[in-house]
Write a protein that binds this ligand. Structure first.
Ligand code: TXA
Ligand code: MG
Length: 346
């Protein structure tokens, strides 16, 4: 574990250090050092065309990275920064396209975490930092998650405790005429619209400009199925009939009791749910269950970011398409084990 001072020195020398933020841990390098930024991509196994967020310490530092900044940026930044909101702006011509994945836009955020703010103020430079997980894996929300994932591949970790928010920041694109959300997060579309007094554009993006927007992302190893509350009982019976061991994450205890059914109560409040989501998915991967069933959260604005992550985590698995065709338990377990292997850390 590094102190702020040690991390500062290491980053100045081109090191790659994991930093705590209020959303998830980030894998940081000095954004003005191309060699250091390249190391982030190679350590993460991230394709070069997936851009990074630059974390800054003051709103005024936006001028170092962006041009043609629209007026609403300043009022939104004043309202929501430091905090879990990332803005996409037009980049300054001098900004290295290595950071922006070849795009003409730049992502900026001031994170709301005491330790990282201290670091950013001391460094006076921007820190390029994606979430500190290997490409496609679950984002880390504790220092231990980062150590489990990268060990000695990185130059150190600042331990800032468990992340308060627990899911990645909301991304708001201000680089085009019509502001639009590229990635939902704790700050909801509704909150931004209420603040602006105008609706955001709902136009879909053309290509997956944000890897978090790929259909399958945020993958746990254990096959995951999202189930509406009304269908839970039926699904449980079906899986138990196939002799599967099940992790169940739902609000109320299941009506069926079974030694192959491992129930964990899920929070009813969206902030509490987001905070424990990634940790819980990691825990489920340690139970050796064949499958994880999660009760679908309420379809309300404040749950939007969570539903987005859960849907993508479940998109890796095609369980329901093949389960009805397989009657033999061994055959199903074999298929599930293969799904698990496909998603195990590299
Ligand atoms: O909460 C967060 O945003 C965390 C913490 C560490 O700040 N970071 C994070 O970084 O989630 P990452 O790299 O895992 O996700 C950043 C997202 C990616 O989906 C990336 O494609 C998108 O931001 N992004 C970055 N620059 C962009 C740009 N110029 N245009 C569109 N999307 C961009
Ligand atoms: Mg990520």
């Amino acid at each position: 574990m590094l102190t702020i001072e040690e991390a500062k020195n290491c980053l100045r020398q081109g090191g790659v250090v994991a930093i705590p933020t209020e959303t998830v841990y980030g894998l940081a390098a000095d954004a003005s050092q191309p060699q250091a930024v390249k190391r982030i991509f190679s350590i993460k196994g991230r394709p070069a065309d997936h851009p990074l967020i630059v974390h800054i310490g003051t709103v005024a530092q936006s001028y170092d990275w962006a041009v043609e900044i629209p007026d609403i940026f300043w009022s939104l930044a004043e309202q929501f920064w430091p905090g879990p909101l990332t803005f996409i702006l037009k980049k300054k011509p001098q900004v290295n396209k290595l950071i922006t994945g070849g795009q003409e836009t730049i992502a900026l955020r001031i994170p709301a975490h005491k330790k990282v703010l201290q670091l950013l103020i001391a460094l006076k430079c921007g820190l390029a930092a994606p979430s500190a997980n290997r490409f496609g894996h679950i984002s880390p929300t504790t220092a231990q998650h980062v150590i489990d994932e990268f060990g000695d591949d990185i130059d150190g970790v600042i331990d800032g405790g468990a992340c308060e928010v627990g899911i990645e920041s909301t991304i708001l694109d201000l680089s085009t005429k019509q502001p639009r959300i590229l990635r939902p997060g704790q700050i909801s579309q509704q909150q931004i619209e209420d603040f602006l007094g105008q609706p955001l554009s709902t136009m879909k993006q053309q290509s997956p400009r944000a890897p978090g927007m790929l259909k399958a992302h945020y993958a746990p190893q254990t096959p995951l199925v999202l189930v509406e509350k009304s269908a839970l009982g039926g699904q449980l019976k079906q899986y138990l009939a196939h002799n599967l061991t099940i992790n169940l994450w739902s609000v109320s205890s299941p009506s069926i009791q079974h030694n192959k059914l491992l129930w964990h109560p899920s929070p009813t409040n969206s902030s509490e749910f987001a905070k424990v989501l990634y940790h819980q998915l990691r825990q489920f991967d340690t139970t050796l269950a064949d499958i994880t069933l999660i009760q679908h959260p309420p379809k309300l604005s404040e749950w939007h970011g969570i539903i987005d992550r859960l849907t993508r985590a479940a998109a890796h698995f095609s369980l329901d398409s093949y389960l009805p065709e397989l009657n033999n338990c061994a055959e199903i377990q074999d298929k599930l084990a293969k799904e698990k292997l496909k998603n195990s850390p590299l």
